[in-house]
Design a protein around this ligand. Structure first.
Ligand SMILES: [Zn+2]
Length: 287
């Protein structure tokens, strides 16, 4: 937050503030996915598995590398909080912050979900998004953000709320604990900042605070991903429902979400390979 300043502006304040912004991470040199191949591959998909996420709860799912998965809204408007891990090594996980630095605050078709250091590779590529028409609204809001972290009982507690056990953080923790047969304290260290699927968010124009508003998602909408590596995912149907009013409580109307996993049949992916982890040496200048 920026409170009223305690210091006088210097004489050259205007010149300093007029310095032109520079994009931190221009993506001209970023290896880009071959969307033509993915478009062709998704023309012949067969459904091989599906998982329903109950309201205010989460479930894990697995997607083999080279398969597609869709998160869809089968009923009322509902926001989902997504975690992704390398199915063979859950220390490699989705890196929301770097994905944001590379692709901006909200993602859509053609953007990739990157993994944490030292792996730093695309875990998934977004191949279709039925909400791509939304763009930006007059409040500066958009859908599918990589700004938020996930609702959690700790923040709720520090803000003066009661202990609430069905925040996305807890839902994801329970789902991962039962899938991986890990105890809760250990599991919690693997739960990470999310992709907020279908959530409509932004920063207020005046105070630049994180806001949410009713999601534009409707029955039948979906966002689709191509799994670049073997994925273990977990999705929570947020207790905030469409996140138009509140979260971290039982107040909002909540609905299920669906995960559908598809295999591409045909020859489109015969020359496709999983991306390798970062080729950085890892020496950090020592030795
Ligand atoms: Zn949530």
């Amino acid at each position: 937050m920026k409170y009223p300043p305690q210091n006088k502006a210097p004489k050259d304040a205007k010149a300093r503030k007029d310095a032109q912004p520079v994009i931190c991470y221009p993506i001209d040199t970023l290896p880009r996915p071959d969307m033509g191949t993915y478009t062709k591959a998704r023309e012949n998909l067969i459904l091989i598995d599906q998982v329903q996420i109950p309201p205010r709860d989460a479930r894990c799912f697995k997607v083999p590398a080279g398969h597609f998965f869709r998160i869809s809204c089968p009923d009322g408007p509902q926001v989902g909080d997504l975690n992704l891990w390398n199915a063979n090594n859950i220390s490699e996980r989705f890196f929301s912050g770097k994905t944001r630095a590379l692709h901006g605050t909200h993602v859509s078709t053609g953007d990739q979900l990157w993994s944490n250091l030292p792996y730093m590779r695309p875990m998934a590529t977004i191949t279709h998004d039925t909400l791509d028409w939304y763009g930006w609204d007059d409040f500066g809001g958009s859908v599918h953000d990589v700004i938020g972290t996930r609702c959690d009982p700790y923040t709720n507690n520090v803000l003066g709320g009661n202990d609430y056990h069905y925040c996305c953080h807890s839902n994801l923790t329970r789902a991962l604990a039962s899938t991986q047969k890990l105890d809760l304290p250990k599991t919690e260290t693997f739960v990470h900042d999310v992709l907020n699927v279908f959530m409509c968010t932004g920063f207020t124009h005046d105070t630049h605070q994180y806001f949410m508003k009713a999601s534009p998602v409707r029955q039948g909408d979906y966002i689709e991903f191509f799994a670049e590596i073997d994925l273990l995912g977990a999705l929570s149907a947020c207790p905030g429902g469409d996140c138009g009013s509140s979260h971290s409580s039982e107040d909002a109307a909540c609905f299920p979400l669906n995960i559908e996993i598809y295999k591409s049949v045909g020859q489109s992916l015969v020359n496709w390979n999983s991306p390798a982890p970062s080729s950085y040496s890892g020496s950090h200048g020592m030795g």
